[in-house]
Design a binder for this molecule. Sequence first.
Ligand SMILES: [Zn+2]
Length: 73
Amino acid sequence: MHPFHWVPARGERHASTDYRPSGGYPAGSTITTLCDREMRAEVGEVAWLWNTCPACNAEAHRMVGGARQTATV
Ligand SMILES: [Zn+2]
């Protein structure tokens, strides 16, 4: 389990550490992304085909890499 979630917004897939309700962020909910911006979450099948935000992707990899160093599993 990673401390962030992927969420489509503004034509890209971003990652956010905001609390996410089960079932995902409701459409239109404001989320703070790892690229340090606030934007409204979008939903839908097509939204998941958008490109990954490079800044969020880099930050997500950094967080996962750091977690692996302290976790044994
Ligand atoms: Zn982003």
